[in-house]
Each structure stands twice: as structure tokens, then as C-alpha cells.
Design a protein around this ligand. Structure first.
Ligand code: FRU
Length: 471
């Protein structure tokens, strides 16, 4: 398996969740759950990389190592601008990492700081900063709450299906505020919460909060929309409503960057699933992150929904391969057959379904392989079928079809697809529905063709780029 071109992978060994995402001094920091000495989960530490554009990454040494039987589980990082922690000074604010210390008997919240732009980290001698005597209590996400002038820590109480909120004035002493849940999907342990205020498209006055939490080996990432008053989160919907972040199998543990300029809210997730995370056939690295996605809310008759869009910066990587407008599928297919497609590509297609019953894009095709991205008009579902996508025998949980309801006005559909060696991310109808899935096609299988059942479909536009990373 070739290393992805433009998706983040560790130089070697195991990677899971993104951690400690913070922007400071013109650099995006990205830490990640990492086994520094093996290619399966274990010895969890924080790997580290930095970037100026979220697209090109420079690998740095491991930032926080497992120590004295305590692994460094997931967490976040903030810039302590007012030096509330006292670790730095006002001219030189410290970056603070807030992470879960995992031992056999307990999970606690701990902090570490750096005064040299994240290059060296010092664990606080007063750790842990928050301990409730629980075996399952993890993944702190911390942010500064401007109206109440204090830090808020959001953590998961996984086996209670709850998110817990604490506050602090100095990041060292924490006071319990409230708990949220159980609500939504509870078909697995809750992990990796995040809480933020995305901008609402075409609106400036209204403020809404999104609370995201992942459901282990179940629904995956889900979110709630509501209000956070500095003490508690109030869900706008009834607690039985389930809103999914991604309809594929492989988008998990997403976290948003802290302190990004211009109020942008950007997150990145781990493209994997705990059902087979230790088994995917890649080497010498195992695990990759998604493309960074910019987040908004958009109003629909049924309410606000989370919108995810590939970040603009990815356009830097484009090399044009093919572009047509208003063309029928037979013509496009015959032209595509002659095109040298690349396994690292971006595809944008807009079409109107008309009377067709099914529309399919087959990607990564070879003699006996294909990954199908399609729309089934009879049930109004978009789907990704990876049953014949390539290697899948490493887990009986892998092969399958993943679907999402997509009701589309006048049959108009647009798809924005990112393929990169072993992953597919499909953004449908301007980021309303996302399907992220791993695939392991045989090397060289990069074909692309369209297929329509029961009607004629003209492509209003089709654009294909090769995306040239630096892998
Ligand atoms: C999520 C998770 C977190 C935990 C970390 C351990 O994928 O299980 O809850 O902190 O991974 O690596």
C-alpha cells in the first residue's frame, strides 16, 4: 500500500486520535495518539507535527511520552494568553496541553506546558489536576469561555454516556459544573467530546453551540446543537434525536483547532475504526488523519445542520486533469478511459438526476475491483459500497455498504470526493452529508467511470485534479 500523498500519516508506527490541536505564532500544531515503538495500539504518547497551512506538515519528535506506567491518552491544547496558569508571563504566554493520564486503575486529567513554541514540554508537578476516582474518565477538550472569563473543560464519562463540564481560572484547579447525557446514540462508550460555536451560514446574530461526542464501535461521531451558558449544555432537540457527523465507518475522534484566526472552526478526525484499527494492511505506519474540514451550521426546514467542507488550503495541491461541462455520460466515459487517473485525486461532479433510478461513480477500478459512490433515487440515498474495493479479509467488519438519506431538491446533487491511496471522503450537497471510508485497492487500480441505470443523466460539471502532496 502506497503512503497517502496529502493525508497525514506518522513516519512509522501506530497513530490514532488527533490531539492538542492549537494555532500559535503562525503554526498549526497537531499532536496525535501514537505508539512510538510499535505498529499496534500501546505505549500511548503524543506524536507531534507542525504546519503553516494545514496541508504540508513537518514531523517533530514525540512531545509527551508514557511514563511510570501512565499512558498519555487524548486531550487538547490552548494558548494561555493571560498567563492564568503562571507557567509563563504576559509577553510569553505558555501553551498548555490538557491530557488524560491512563493507568490500570484510574483515568485522570493532567497538564503540561511549553515555553518554546511546543518544542519541549514539561509535565506539571502538581498533576493530576482533576481526578474523580473513575476508571473511565477521559479526553479533555479545554477552551476559554469569554462571557464568564474562565476555562471550561469538556470530558467524556464513557460508560455513563455522559459529557462532563468543569471550570477553572488557572487550568490547575477545576470545579464541576454539570453533566450532559445520556442522549442521542448510546450504542457504545462515549469518547472524545468537543464543544464549539461554528458560524451559521448567511447569519451573524444567532449563536449556537455544537457538542460532538464519539460512540465507540457504534454510531461513530454524533453531534448535538444547542446552547452553552457557561455552566451547562442545553440540547435544542429532544434527547432521542441522533445527528450523525459522518455516514462512513472511518471518521472518529475528530477535534477542532483552538485559536485559529478569523473565527474559522476547523477539525480533523482519525480515518479508522476500532473494529480493525490494529489490522489495516499498511506499513511501516498504521493510521491516518482525515483532510481538515471547515465547519459551519446551515438552516434547513427541519433545523440547523452541521456542514463540513474541505479547507480552501487544499486547493494549493491541485493539478488539473480533466474538466467538462454539460456533457453526457457516454462521452465522458470514453474520454476517461484514455485518461491517466491518479490514486491521489479530487473529483467534483454536479448532476441532475432526471428520471434515472441510479447514478454511480466507480473509482479505483481495476479488473475485479471497484469502489462505488452512488445515489439511489428510489430510496433517496447516497451510498459508498466498498465490498469489492480491494483487500478486506483482515477484518469481517470491513466490507460493506454505507448509506445516508439525501433528499435533494429537483434531483440536483453535487459530490466532492477526495481519494488518496487508501481513503475516500465524499462530501455531498455542499458538505451536508459526508461519508468517509478506508479502502485498500490493488496498487495501480485507479480507474474512474460513470454508470446510470434507467435514464439519461447529463453531468452539469465534472472536474478532476491530481492532488500532489509530498509523501
Ligand atoms: C479514542 C480513544 C480515546 C482515548 C484514546 C486512547 O479513539 O479510545 O478515548 O483517549 O483513544 O488511545
Amino acid at each position: 500500500m502506497m503512503r497517502p500523498e496529502y493525508h497525514f500519516t506518522p513516519p512509522q508506527n501506530f497513530l490514532n486520535d488527533p490531539n492538542g490541536l492549537v494555532f500559535y505564532d503562525d503554526e498549526y500544531h497537531q499532536f496525535y495518539q501514537h505508539n512510538p515503538i510499535g505498529d499496534v495500539w500501546g505505549h500511548m504518547s503524543w506524536g507531534h507535527a507542525v504546519s503553516r497551512d494545514l496541508v504540508h506538515w513537518e514531523h517533530l519528535p514525540v512531545a509527551l511520552y508514557e511514563e511510570d506506567g501512565m499512558m498519555i491518552f487524548s486531550g487538547s491544547a490552548v494558548v494561555d494568553w493571560h498567563n492564568t496558569s503562571g507557567f509563563g508571563n504576559d509577553n510569553h504566554p505558555p501553551l498548555i496541553a490538557i491530557y488524560t493520564g491512563h493507568s490500570e486503575t484510574e483515568q485522570t486529567q493532567n497538564i503540561a506546558y511549553t515555553l518554546d513554541r511546543g518544542r519541549t514540554w514539561i509535565k506539571y508537578e502538581g498533576n493530576p489536576v482533576l481526578s474523580i476516582g473513575a476508571r473511565e474518565f477521559r479526553d479533555p477538550k479545554v477552551f476559554w469561555h469569554e462571557p464568564t472569563q474562565r476555562w471550561i473543560m469538556v470530558t467524556a464519562l464513557p460508560d455513563q454516556y455522559q459529557v462532563r463540564f468543569d471550570s477553572s481560572s488557572d487550568l490547575k484547579h477545576w470545579t464541576h459544573l454539570s453533566d450532559f447525557g445520556p442522549a442521542g446514540a448510546i450504542d457504545g462508550l462515549w469518547e472524545c467530546p468537543d464543544l464549539f460555536q461554528p458560524q451559521i451560514e448567511n447569519q451573524t446574530e444567532q449563536i449556537k453551540w455544537v457538542l460532538k461526542v464519539d460512540v465507540l464501535k457504534g454510531t461513530g461521531a454524533q453531534y448535538f446543537i444547542g446552547n452553552f451558558d457557561g455552566t451547562r449544555f442545553i440540547n435544542d432537540a429532544t434527547d432521542d434525536q441522533i445527528l450523525r457527523v459522518d455516514y462512513g465507518n472511518d471518521f472518529y475522534a475528530a477535534q477542532s483547532w483552538s485559536d485559529v484566526p478569523n473565527e474559522r472552526r476547523i477539525w480533523i478526525g482519525w480515518l479508522n475504526n476500532w473494529h480493525y484499527a490494529n489490522l489495516i494492511p499498511t506499513s511501516p505506519w498504521r493510521g491516518l488523519l482525515s483532510i481538515p474540514r471547515e465547519l459551519h451550521l446551515r438552516g434547513y426546514p427541519e433545523g440547523l445542520r452541521l456542514i463540513q467542507k474541505p479547507i480552501e488550503e487544499l486547493k494549493e495541491l491541485r493539478q488539473s486533469l480533466y474538466h467538462v461541462t454539460d456533457t453526457d455520460i457516454a462521452t465522458v466515459n470514453s474520454q476517461l478511459a484514455k485518461l491517466k487517473m491518479d490514486i491521489s485525486a479530487e473529483i467534483q461532479v454536479e448532476f441532475t438526476l432526471g428520471r434515472a433510478r441510479k447514478f454511480e461513480i466507480n473509482i479505483c477500478t481495476g479488473d475485479a475491483e471497484e469502489t462505488v459512490i452512488g445515489y439511489d433515487a428510489q430510496v433517496q440515498e447516497i451510498f459508498l459500497d466498498r465490498r469489492h474495493s480491494g483487500e478486506s479479509a483482515f477484518s469481517d467488519k470491513f466490507a460493506g455498504v454505507h448509506r445516508a438519506l439525501l433528499v435533494s431538491a429537483e434531483g440536483k446533487i453535487n459530490l466532492h470526493i477526495f481519494v488518496d491511496s487508501c481513503s475516500v471522503e465524499v462530501f455531498a450537497n455542499d458538505g451536508l452529508i459526508v461519508i468517509s471510508d478506508l479502502i485498500f485497492p490493488t496498487l495501480g487500480n485507479a480507474g474512474l467511470r460513470f454508470y446510470v441505470l434507467g435514464g439519461r443523466v447529463r453531468l452539469r460539471t465534472l472536474k478532476i485534479w491530481r492532488l500532489a502532496g509530498e509523501a
